[in-house]
Design a protein around this ligand. Structure first.
Ligand code: FEO
Length: 393
């Protein structure tokens, strides 16, 4: 077992590494994940969050290598989702004097999750708990990404512990950002944002402003998943500012499914037109790419072209699934277009257009449909559509 890792004097990572998780409520976690819990030792001791239930022994072992868990005074519950709270019933058995600290919504969620008597104390924004030479300060982060969500700030050490915020599903035996390949970590942070936080993105800039207004210096951001930010804080904070305000690249994603390669042939011709116009683009076959990976790409691109054959008077089921997922995640400031082949009805194009408009994506062309198999003239229209997209930034 990896030993606890010290963040600062008296502050330790005591969480768990989940090397093998590959699915997280519909999100592929190809790099695994970590469940970060932090032990803060002043004259009193607080544990910040726990871990997924099955990882309790791993967390407990790390705590026991530092102190007797029975002497822990507080458990801060920043978020009640099971990957952070699952170990609570076992933890309270081993730390009977620990008082749980949670928001009002956190208390309700704890009661609904565990249906057991827990010693809970409510905390709200601005409240502080003095541990004796260390102070915990709380900031409610309503709907980031659950109603109960909360950030904890460790005043003397200038460490922000924002739970899911700034996290990544990324397993590594290194705990800090500067010990891991930054591009990979940023990629996982983008995927995390695109799949978990994007629908709530408008809440992020006001929260970041509130943090700034509180005038709290931040030397470390210690999230509940992935690496701890101690060196590249500017980079992740800038990325969150960009992602939460819809800043993206001049880039077109051509996302499609295909029955007999007609829609795929169209997709390639559209991409050719975009490339000929000198604009970056990517072809994404929805059955070759998981929707959670596609969302990371959507986060970073300004335009999406969605292609589907017409089947049973509508869109291909995989495209329907993608559109539902996309709608729920509410991407900001995107433009879009529909294309696809059909045999007789051609209902897929209007269905995609309606879906795009319904989720606030600006439809920049009525769309392009081709009967059965595209000929030379059809493919030229696809190339021209690609050029039109490339000129639409
Ligand atoms: Fe990492 Fe919302 O749980």
């Amino acid at each position: 077992m990896q030993k606890p890792v010290q963040l600062k004097d008296g502050v330790y990572w005591v969480g768990a590494i989940d090397w093998n998780v590959r699915e997280f409520h519909g999100y592929t976690t190809s790099s695994g994940s970590t469940y970060n819990a932090y032990l803060v030792r002043g004259e009193k001791t607080a544990l910040i969050d726990t871990v997924k239930a099955g990882f309790f022994p791993e967390m407990l072992g790390r705590i026991e290598s530092i102190m007797d868990p029975a002497e822990i005074d507080y458990l801060v519950v920043n978020h009640v989702e099971m990957d952070h709270s699952g170990a609570i019933p076992m933890f309270v058995q081993r730390a009977p004097r620990a008082k749980l600290l949670a928001t009002d919504n956190g208390i309700k969620a704890l009661q609904r999750h565990f249906r057991m008597d827990l010693p809970i104390q409510k905390v709200k924004t601005g409240d502080e708990i003095a541990l004796g030479n260390k102070t915990l300060q709380f900031l409610e982060a309503y709907m980031l990404h659950w109603p109960d969500s909360m950030f904890t700030y460790l005043k003397e050490d200038c460490i922000l512990m924002p739970n899911d915020g700034f996290g990544q599903h990324y397993a590594s035996h290194h705990r800090f950002d500067d010990e891991n390949p930054l591009e990979t970590v940023m990629d996982e942070a983008a995927k995390y944002f695109g799949n978990i936080l994007m629908p709530l993105a408008p809440l992020i800039p006001p929260l970041l402003k509130k943090v700034k207004k509180m005038g709290i210096p931040i030397e470390m951001i210690a999230p509940s998943h992935g690496v701890i930010w101690r060196t590249h804080l500017d980079k992740i904070l800038q990325a969150y500012t960009d992602w939460s305000t819809g800043v993206a690249q001049d880039r077109v994603l051509v996302i499609y499914d295909t029955m007999w390669q007609s829609t795929e042939t169209m997709a390639r011709a559209i991409a050719q037109g975009i490339s000929e116009a000198g604009v970056e683009n990517k072809l994404i076959h929805v059955r070759r790419n998981h929707r959670s990976d596609i969302m990371k790409e959507v986060l970073g691109a300004k335009i999406v072209a969605i292609g589907s054959p017409t089947i049973n008077e509508g869109v291909f089921p995989t495209i329907g699934e993608l559109l539902i997922y996309l709608k729920g995640l509410r991407p900001l400031k995107k433009k879009g277009v529909a294309f696809g082949s059909y045999g007789w009805g051609g209902e897929a194009i209007p269905a995609i257009n309606d879906a795009l408009k319904g989720m606030g994506i600006e439809v920049i062309d009525p769309g392009l449909s081709v009967m059965y198999v595209p000929g030379e003239d059809d493919l030229e229209k696809c190339v021209q559509l690609g050029k039109k997209l490339a000129a639409s930034f």
